[in-house]
Design a protein around this ligand. Structure first.
Ligand code: GLU
Length: 417
């Protein structure tokens, strides 16, 4: 049988396995196997040259059984409806694993943002939010940054939504700039959460972080911050890559210089000193910790057997296919699953949303401390179930999340006992 590469089918299988292991009422899988609401929109934009073009966008809400929808909006040329639906479902389990009161959601526009001027991007972002206005809101569904979107895009989203409503509505999106209702610490939150998960996993496998060699695929928000944070713990970054290529150095790359280079040149591929490598080669580097922090399906049955790391921490959503996961597990690699390793962002999004409602803002120390508490507790809970059920960390993470959802469904009367 050929490998499952459609992320929507992957997540369905993950849910089904968890429902079966927990012996749940069939209604739970029946409800969770697809999003409850999906919206497709065509957004017209007046381009700088006077022409009008339309762009296709999606927003998928998986379930609101535990709270409003939550999840990012990505701008990427490969965005498809199936991908957005799968990502919205992963968000449900991500929120479930860390115990925050949201269902999953996700959105995307199929564009290459590099080809747009700032003005075009702003008009497109505003147009997208106008189109999504009926389905989003602070108590309905709350977008956030994702691949190739950032705080500026969130500022436009929030401003446009507030205009449409006629009042200031910061709680409609998270990941905003701090001066207009963002939370301190949100920008680095996904990376910080990933770092906490790695720190716990390294302790469990007996890998000292001082001197541990790390390779990172993807040098966006997560990749840059996680390199910096792990370097602070004594790790050595031996390779990084982005969509245009990568660079490796077994003696360690200068992370501060690398971040400056990325800012100036738009890629890490031309960074020196170091050896040029391909974007995917970084996955097979000789290292202790591998962080796939870009897109889905990068670890497959083709390359998983060549992964040399002892720990794979999934910073991206869905980077490992089911077949690859089995290979890594058989080879004794500890895979810290995406729904835990990349949950730091949505946890601090939750803090931001809480701060927006209360209009009382926290200090950076408070954000870090609460994030650490949540990540460590979630990690420990997963490890406990992992040994109880004798399953992988990923399967255990799904057990935590699905059990929470099933309980909410029972209590709300959606399914039987
Ligand atoms: N896009 C991020 C994720 O995939 C953050 C979502 C959020 O903060 O709502 O987890």
């Amino acid at each position: 049988m050929s490998e499952i590469l459609n992320p929507f089918h992957t997540v369905q299988k993950q849910i089904k396995d968890a429902c079966q292991r927990l012996g749940l009422d069939d209604g739970v899988y029946e409800i969770l196997k697809q999003p409850q609401q999906v919206m497709t929109v065509a957004v017209p934009v007046k381009m700088d040259d006077g022409s009008v073009r339309t762009f296709i966008g999606y927003r998928s809400l998986h379930t609101n059984v535990i709270g409003p929808g939550k999840g990012g909006i990505r701008f990427h040329p490969n965005v498809t409806l199936d991908e957005v639906m799968a990502l919205s479902m992963w968000m449900t389990f991500k929120c479930g694993v860390v115990g925050i009161p949201y269902g999953g959601a996700k959105g995307g526009l199929a564009i290459q943002p590099r080809e747009f001027s700032q003005g075009e991007l702003e008009r497109l972002s505003r147009g997208f939010i106008q189109a999504l206005e009926p389905v989003i809101g602070p108590e309905k569904d709350i977008p956030a940054p994702d691949v190739y979107t950032n705080a500026q895009v969130m500022a436009w989203f929030m401003d446009e939504f507030s205009r449409l409503k006629g009042y200031y509505s910061p709680g409609v999106v998270t990941g905003k700039p701090v001066s207009i209702g963002g939370s301190v610490g949100r920008n680095e939150a996904t990376a910080r959460g990933c770092m906490y998960a790695i720190r716990e996993a390294a302790r469990d496998v007996g890998l000292p972080l001082a001197g541990a060699r790390v390779a990172v695929q993807g040098f966006g928000n997560l990749g840059t911050h996680v390199c910096r944070l792990l370097t602070e713990l004594g790790c050595v970054i031996v390779g990084v890559s982005d969509s245009q290529g990568g660079v490796a150095d077994p003696d360690g790359l200068d992370v501060a210089a690398l971040i400056r280079h990325k800012e100036e040149q738009g890629t890490v591929a031309s960074f020196r000193p170091g050896d040029p490598i391909g974007s995917a080669d970084v996955l097979e580097l000789d290292c202790d910790i591998l962080i796939p922090a870009a897109l889905e399906n990068v670890l497959t049955e083709q390359n998983a057997g060549r992964v040399k790391a002892r720990i794979v921490a999934e910073g991206a959503n869905g980077p490992t296919t089911i077949a690859a996961d089995n290979i890594l597990t058989a080879n004794g690699v500890t895979v810290v699953p995406d729904i835990l390793a990349s949950a730091g962002g949505v946890v601090v999004s939750y803090f931001e949303w809480v701060q927006n409602f209360s209009q009382f803002y926290w200090t950076e120390d408070e954000v870090r401390e609460r994030l650490e508490q949540i990540m460590v507790a979630a990690y420990r809970n997963i490890v406990r179930l992992q040994s109880q059920y004798d399953v992988t960390m990923r399967a255990a993470a799904y057990l935590v999340a699905v059990e929470r959802l099933a309980e909410a469904m029972r209590l709300r009367g959606w399914v039987g006992r």
